[in-house]
Design a protein around this ligand. Structure first.
Ligand SMILES: [Zn+2]
Length: 298
């Protein structure tokens, strides 16, 4: 875990999944907790090494890799936990994550592992956007929907912890079809993010970015990727396509090899998000024929 001090007392703990640590007068606020107790313990050790007592946790969204370590910290420490509505419900009932991925039915075993099914945690305070006190810290809660339905970031001073609103170049390169629940919201969030009045943007994966061209360039790259996915989906619907056909088509176009049910269902969610964006814009429609559902350009 690499400890990067972005400004005085505000740290970006960079690892597989990043964790934010804000320190004031020996008290600490964590932003996200990592995947599991090992990740959470590493963050706790960093805080303890600074003689800091963690008093509060802010969880940005209900993906297992961001809140999976929270149960461990709640057992070990007296902490208050804050999270956005809807996301909070999923943190308390984490089975909802694989249920969503699997289309609402009881999920298959292959989707019940720690990357998609975290241990439940308690949420003490459901947050709304805007300025507020989180324990002893004055923060601004910033809505960043799209990647997850009600994802929110948290700003302290001139640092915005922006969760998975933006992925690093490495993730765009490796995963190609980045995860997205609501494509219109995700694109809008990416458009807005670089203009927010902060000096540092600290995401959930990869490095932190400086205001200006640093954050603007990576937001642009993310937007272009989502638009390219949407465009591939749209172009394919010139002839009727089943959802599975579109998943295969887009994966092929991006030279993506899907090798596990988890990767398949994550990719399928982004394709479905592209389809609802296109449907909402009046560009594609559904047709049910021969007991199959087809997508066609409208
Ligand atoms: Zn996420």
């Amino acid at each position: 875990m690499r400890v990067v001090e972005l400004t005085s007392g505000i740290f970006h703990l960079q690892g597989g999944v990043n964790i934010g640590l804000v320190v004031r007068d020996g008290k600490g606020l964590l932003i996200d907790t990592g995947l599991d107790k090992d990740a959470a313990r590493r963050a706790l050790r960093v805080a303890e090494g600074m003689d800091v007592r963690i008093e509060a946790i802010f969880l940005t969204h209900a993906h297992a890799d961001h809140f999976g370590g929270a149960y461990f910290l709640q057992r070990r420490l007296e902490v208050s936990t804050f999270a956005p509505g809807l996301e909070a419900a999923m943190m308390e009932h984490p089975i909802m994550e694989p249920v969503f991925l699997y289309g609402g039915a009881a999920p298959i075993q292959a989707l019940r592992h720690k990357f998609t099914l975290a241990k439940p945690c308690r949420v003490d305070h459901v947050v709304e956007p805007g300025p507020q006190a989180i324990g002893p810290f004055q923060v601004e809660v910033v809505p960043l929907p799209g990647h997850a339905p009600n994802q929110m970031g948290v700003a302290v001073g001139d640092v915005l912890f922006c969760a998975d609103a933006v992925f690093p170049a490495e993730t765009l390169q490796k995963h190609k079809v980045i995860f997205c629940a609501d494509m219109d919201d995700a694109l809008e969030t990416l458009k807005r993010l670089p203009d927010l009045p902060y000096a540092h943007f600290a995401p959930g994966h990869g490095p932190a970015y400086e205001a200006g061209e640093g954050i603007a360039a990576i937001c642009r790259a993310n937007r272009e990727r989502l638009e390219a996915i949407r465009e591939e989906v749209y172009a394919a619907t010139a002839s009727p396509q089943g959802t599975a056909d579109l998943v295969q088509h887009v994966a092929d176009r991006f030279s993506l090899q899907l090798t596990t049910p988890t990767a398949y269902y994550l990719t399928r969610t982004t394709i479905l998000a592209a389809l609802s964006a296109l449907e909402g814009a009046g560009k594609v429609k559904t047709v049910v024929r021969d007991n199959r559902l087809f997508w066609m350009c409208a």
